[in-house]
Design a protein. Structure first.
Length: 429
């Protein structure tokens, strides 16, 4: 049967998703975080799904892109990447995104973060039209399941009193015992066998103690520590030295390629990044200076699943490892991450995912972790389906918000619990 894959309609639905009080160097996660759900509907009624960041700066370019796409084909993904989304470079170039957690901000990164959701939605629609999984459109899977690591956070038991939030049953984790208890829960519930601790929250000695406690509780399990650039070069080297025997890698101990290169030269612990190499333009300096040994791709800001494959190929050429970074995300993005990760031959580290922290989703069935892995779906497209009621509920929350939660701001969320909190100047230690 010949299908009409002309784009007839695009629905953009911003949502606010419940999030736990997870601590990082900037502050604490908001009780609700913005995401954008993209639905691309073809003339003959196929709907492709995509998801990306939902802060206001992504919504305008997404609307502009949606307007231009109607009447084009879901097969014309390359053409889509050539469209002008009108991202205002002057407003962005000097800044950082999400307080710096996603590296240096740029108009191109915003553009790619928007395009990524549309690319995923086009691939989902193509797959549904052809009866093929997305991984087949990307060249085929080289594994049947993708491994994820448990993403451990220092955490309050609840959001501050008086802040509207959904309760969670994970409890607090504010010391080594709490971190180990959280790791046990994540292992019991999802079977993870490697662990990443989000650091940069407490003085380095406390975080070293937490990693040591994890190493004792889970002998032989790969461990990572990621303080999001909170440390000086000297502190980074000290931590690397103290944890050299247990770390799989140290992630963004310090800010920027020159400082990472200095740390890298002084330790045998591999360094990973989702902060100093976040665009193709940052690769050359970092790789030629041997500043990083593992790049954590994020298909949102790298510009989609095909760009993630390009990044992986470049990493392979330079002998640099590749894995995946994660921010708060829903099941559409987890499905997209799993589909592309299935196609990357040189993926040798478990990927990050915040998904276990998300109690809410817009899918009718949540993706499942078994033994720390997500099975690669062979169903057409991404293999996921929308729960329209859930989407409407999470959108209503966004629509009713007075604007306070529509931009992710972990420092502002922190001030609800610690009124004097200021975003720390990095390096903090
Ligand atoms: O460096 C990282 O892995 C991240 O930035 C991941 C997340 O953004 C995490 O730090 C968070 O959301 O607190
Ligand atoms: Mg990181």
């Amino acid at each position: 049967m010949t299908r009409d894959l002309t784009i007839a309609e695009i629905r953009l639905t911003p949502v606010l998703v419940a999030d736990a009080p997870l601590l990082n160097v900037q502050g604490v996660h908001q009780p609700y975080t913005p995401r954008l759900i993209v639905e691309i509907v073809t003339a003959d009624g196929i709907t492709g799904l995509g998801e990306t960041y939902g802060d206001t700066q992504y919504l305008e370019p997404a609307r502009r892109l949606a307007e231009q796409l109607t009447g084009r084909s879901v097969m014309d993904v390359n053409g889509m990447f050539a469209l002008d989304l009108g991202v205002d470079a002057a407003r962005l170039e000097a800044g950082v995104d999400a307080g710096g957690l996603r590296g240096r901000q740029s108009a191109d990164k915003v553009r790619l973060s928007v395009l990524s959701a549309f690319e995923v939605a086009c691939l989902d629609a193509q797959g549904k039209a052809l009866g093929l999984p997305v991984h087949a459109l990307l060249g085929g899977k080289v594994r049947d399941a993708v491994e994820y690591s448990a993403y451990l956070f220092y955490k309050w038991a609840a959001h501050p009193a008086g802040v509207a939030a959904e309760p969670d049953d994970w409890g607090a984790a504010l010391d080594p015992a709490g971190v180990v208890a959280q790791a046990r829960q994540l292992k019991e519930r999802y079977g993870f066998t490697s662990f990443k601790l989000k650091g940069g929250v407490f003085p380095p000695d406390e975080e070293i103690a937490a990693v040591r406690a994890l190493a004792e509780a889970f002998p032989g399990h790969p461990l990572r520590l990621d303080p999001n650039g909170a440390w000086s070069v000297a502190t980074s080297l000290k931590v690397a030295e103290e944890l050299a025997d247990v770390l799989e890698y140290l992630e963004d101990p310090t800010l920027g390629t020159p400082a990472m290169a200095e740390v890298s030269a002084g330790t045998r612990v591999p360094l990973a990044t989702n902060m100093c190499v976040t665009t193709f333009g940052e690769i050359q300096e970092a790789f030629t200076r041997d500043a990083v040994q593992v790049v954590l791709s994020d298909h949102h800001y790298w510009g989609g699943l095909r760009n993630t494959q390009h990044l992986a190929a470049i990493c392979a050429a330079f002998g640099v490892g590749v894995s995946m970074h994660s921010n708060t995300h829903l099941g559409i993005s987890l499905a997209a991450m799993t589909q592309v990760a299935a196609t990357v031959p040189n993926l040798h580290h478990a990927c990050d995912s915040h998904y276990p922290w998300q109690s809410e989703d817009v899918l009718s069935e949540r993706p499942v972790f078994t033994g720390g892995r997500v099975a690669v779906s062979d169903a057409p497209g991404l293999g996921v389906a929308l729960d329209r009621d859930a989407l409407a509920r999470l959108h209503r929350r966004w629509a009713e918000d007075d604007g306070a939660l529509r931009e992710r701001d972990d420092a502002a969320a922190m001030r609800a619990g610690e009124p004097g909190w200021r975003t720390p100047v990095l390096p903090r230690w």
